[in-house]
Design a protein around this ligand. Sequence first.
Ligand code: GDP
Ligand code: IMO
Ligand code: MG
Length: 424
Amino acid sequence: MSNVVIIGAQWGDEGKGKIVDLLSRELDVIVRFQGGNNAGHTIKVGGEQTILHLIPAGILHPGKVCLIGNGVVCDPSVFLAETEQLEARGVDVSPARLKISRRTHLILPYHKALDVAREAHKAGRKIGTTGRGIGPCYEDKAARVGVRAGDLTNPALVREKIEAALVEKNALFRLYGCAVLSADDVYDELMGLAPRLLPYLADVPGEIDAAWTRGRSVLFEGAQGTHLDIDHGTYPFVTSSNTVSGNAAAGSGISPRALDRIIGIVKAYTTRVGSGPFPTELTDPTGEYLRDKGHEFGATTGRPRRCGWLDMVILRESVRLNGLTDIALTKLDVLRGLPALKICTGYEYHGQRLDFPPQEEDGLSHVTPLYEELPGFSEDIAACRAWDELPVTVRDYILRIEALTGVRVSFVSVGPDRDQTIRR
Ligand code: GDP
Ligand code: IMO
Ligand code: MG
């Protein structure tokens, strides 16, 4: 198989983990290229569930190499805890197959404290972050004061960076009325973890290049979703990295020419965690039905996810931004039992019809979704393993999505388990 990028096409939690795990069987190297442990990627194999926040979702396949790229922000304690949990279940997480780029920025305790303090002080405009320190860590990266994984080989540099960072951060903590942090504590904690982290450090671009030379293929595992992208998402209600496919190259240190196939993961309806506009949101019993049947509670924070109908306007934008070559449609089984299925095909905005989201910052809060209605289905599709086994109403729903996006639906997921997937 050629190289593949997996991208969330909505607001995250589309089922990326499931599809990455499924495709990892056929590829050799799996790379995370952005985000951090704000992600929660769920895999289910034979009824056993694994939720990964930082380690690539290819790790359950023995022998596959899993890489954390430079574009990721890595919380050292979360990384080590995740490796321990996997190891306890017999998964090989040795540095022979799990590596972190030396250029990956580290999330430190002051990033987490600042994330939480800022949100607490935002009153009306809370983003609803995961509180994992993602934004403040990317801020330090952009400000050129971050601590990178490779710095762990130079304790004096780490010490210097932490001291300098805390001069500013502690001023902010005083402003927010929170406890200040001591450079000794932050340094001691980090350097206490360093001996266990150092074996994982690697030259990720070099690893990928060497794999190609040997004819291996790479899967780039996106986190979050296209509409949480820092530039193209519903700013300011976004995450702090570029989530679009183009960042697979920059965030792992390879050429964009290497990105062959770009698969957008699309949930058969829409969900969103945290604040921000969501035109097709349902705050009625249908929304609750989707939340209950789809178990729509965050894999990272446990927060209930907001639920609504499928929105083709935001999907059309995702097709354009990512250059999607394929769609993997997930959670179709959840729609079972609804009398009718609605698809938003356009927006009304200031008396005009829009096929793409408005460009104004708050525009999406002021659109009215325009729907078309398709018949619902009552058949249990969880056991379907071939296109022909799907009821006609379900096939029609899928074909309508293809027609409205212009992209082939190559994978249909009818349940959380690895096996509950139809390939076309
Ligand atoms: P990710 O962040 O994109 O990897 O998605 P999450 O893991 O946060 O959320 C997706 C949830 O849906 C997980 O609980 C999956 O086990 C589950 N899931 C994935 N595909 C399907 C499907 O086709 N049907 C059902 N019912 N659940 C699914
Ligand atoms: P996966 O990879 C869904 C959301 C948060 C919040 C906003 C900013 O599992 O799909 P952050 O902590 O990143 O600063 O929060 O982004 N968010 C996600 N929503 N799935 C995710 O990841 C998310 N990662 C961040 O809820 O609205
Ligand atoms: Mg998730």
